[in-house]
Structures are given as C-alpha cells and as structure tokens.
Design a binder for this molecule. Structure first.
Ligand code: PMV
Length: 323
C-alpha cells in the first residue's frame, strides 16, 4: 500500500427490493432500486492498530447491538479483499448519513459500499464501481452468509436495476426518467435475513411442486414489472407488487406486522404494497407516486404507531453528488 490520504469518504445507497426478494437467491430475476437515503463513511487515521468504529447512523432500537459482531466480521472480510493491513497503523471509521440502520432497506449493503469507497480513497486506490461492488459483496457475506448480491449492487450503482444472479450476474439498468415517491414502513422488528433465507430453502425442499409454481409466477412477474416500469404504468406496477407480496406470503416470509402495514398502505390509496427485503419483520414498501399520496400513506402508517421513511426509487449518484 502506498501513502494514505488524511481522510477517506464514501457513500452507499439504501435500497428497496421492488420485486422478488428471496426468489432472487435461486436465479429468478429481481428488480431493486436505490432509494434517496444513504450511508456516509469517513475513514481517518487511528493511533492504534486495527480499527475503531463510530456508528452515528440513526437506527431501529437494538439494530446496532444485534448486528455488531456481523458488522465486525464484514469489515474484516472487506479489509482482506482490499489487501488493507491495519496491523501497524489503524483506521477510525465513522458511519453517518440519513439512512436508517434497520432491517430490509439495505443498511448493511449501504455501509459496506460506503466503507469500501472511503477506504479506497483513504488508501489512494483507484477502483471502478465494479470493484467496489465486489468488495461490498464480500462485506455482505459477514451479515448474510451467502448473499445474492442484489443489495450491494443497488447500493453501489444507484438508480433502478434488473438483477439476476448467475455464474455471471446480470445487472441491467432500468431507465426511469424521474424518481418516484415511495413510503417505507418499519415494523420495528429487527430480523435475521440468513434465518429467513434458510427457512425458504427448507420449505422449498419439502414442497417442491408448490414452490415451483410460485417461483414460476415470480419470474413472470419480474418481466411484466419491467415492462410496466418502462411504460411508467404505475397502476400496473402497484398491482404486480401486490401480487408479489402474495407470493412472498406463500413462501412464508411475511409476518402479521408486515401484512398489517401493507393493508394500511393499500387502504390509504397506495398503488401497491409489499414486504421488502428479508421479511419476517423489517420493512414494507408502498408505491405512492406524488407527494400528496406519499404523505397520506405515511400518515396512515404513522397513526398506527409505526415509523416511516418517505423517499424515492430511482435515486441516482448525480442527485447526491454534493455530499
Ligand atoms: O434483508 P435484506 O434487506 O438484506 O434483503 C435480503 C434479500 C434476500 O433476497 C432475502 C436475500 C438475498 O441475499 O438476496
């Protein structure tokens, strides 16, 4: 490693999976979007070997404590992948930004991408987005075990992305001329994505025929949704989100709280609503084009005592360049 900059700085987007979380693990196409909220990482010199973490991100209670061991493991994996040696001189890593550290909105991926970018700047490495994405994928393994790579991809590139896991992942940008308003509702329950993914695997093995049908429909929905987004036909996108939620219920990754928030959002006029991310708690997403509808849906959820984030899908790197 050559000389170090005095400071390194990087951002990673939060994300919302619009279609096919869980199915994506098995190679079914998914649609994921960066949201307008992001994590910022700052890397500075630390006068001891190793690393010090200062985590200033807003968070769901207990999230940071619950994830601390996984977070440390994730950092170690990224240091290794980047060839960063902290034995002689350590680094202090500060995490901040306006992305809630919560389950289901890509908090872990956003922090991996932000840290990878900040370390690259600090150690004066010139890395492409593809390389940053690979490092963040390595970091995600600390949290997920065997992540599909969908989260870190959205977090790295921004925008709206068609993602299909394979020997070589297919990563295609879906054009969306303007970002679209969404509401993310937080059940307040911190969940374990790895456990949710393991549960699907077990049930899939035990109910092969039923799961095959559900997986086939999920694949079909991805293609229909891509077309609907490209046509800016948000009523159809919403309907497909509702159907996608049904499939997620069938593979048993929804929860009472998620279904409750999904119904509230629909009753308040959301064009569609579904769980987003690992499920079993964590977050749901409602499609609410226009500020008025967004406020209405967010208020309905908040009235029931749940936290919301009002943000957009399709957030681009350019839109946050000032950070
Ligand atoms: O729980 P999250 O927000 O990190 O999302 C996980 C998405 C899954 O499809 C359930 C798992 C994966 O690795 O893609």
């Amino acid at each position: 490693m050559g000389f170090c900059m005095t400071k390194g700085h990087g951002i990673g987007f939060g994300k919302a999976i619009l279609f096919n979380e869980h199915f994506v693990v098995y190679g079914i196409p998914s649609i994921v979007s960066a949201i307008g909220n992001y994590t910022v990482a700052k890397v500075e010199v630390y006068d001891k070997p190793g690393f010090k973490l200062v985590d200033k991100r807003p968070a769901t209670p207990k999230y940071k404590e619950d994830k601390l061991d996984q977070q440390k493991e994730s950092f170690e994996l990224m240091f290794k992948k980047m060839g960063v040696d902290l034995l002689k001189k350590g680094v202090s890593i500060t995490l901040e930004g306006n992305l809630f550290a919560a389950s289901g909105i890509g908090a872990s991926a956003a922090s991996c991408v932000a840290v990878a970018r900040a370390l690259a700047e600090y150690f004066n490495m010139t890395l492409s987005d593809e390389e940053i994405n690979e490092i963040a994928f390595e970091g995600e393994k600390g949290y997920h075990g065997t992540p599909s790579g969908v989260d870190n991809t959205a977090s790295t590139y921004g925008g709206l992305i068609w993602f299909q896991k394979g020997e070589k992942n297919i990563i295609d940008r879906i054009a969306l001329s303007n970002p679209v308003e969404i509401v993310i509702g937080n059940t307040g329950k911190v969940t374990d994505t790895k456990a949710a993914v393991d549960g699907v695997k077990q049930r899939k093995e035990m109910n092969q025929k039923k799961y095959q049908e559900v997986f086939d429909r999920a694949e079909n929905i991805a293609y229909l949704a891509k077309r609907a987004i490209q046509d800016r036909s948000f009523t159809n996108v919403g309907k497909l989100m509702n159907e996608n939620h049904k499939l997620l219920q069938q593979i048993e990754v929804s929860s009472r709280e998620l279904d409750f928030l999904v119904n509230i959002a629909r009753d308040a006029g959301a064009l569609g609503a579904k769980l987003t991310g690992g499920g079993l708690g964590g977050n749901m997403i409602a499609l609410t084009p226009g500020k008025e509808l967004q406020n209405k849906v967010a208020t309905a959820i908040e009235k029931e005592g749940f936290q919301t984030v009002k943000t957009v899908i399709g957030a681009s790197r350019e839109s946050v360049e000032h950070i």
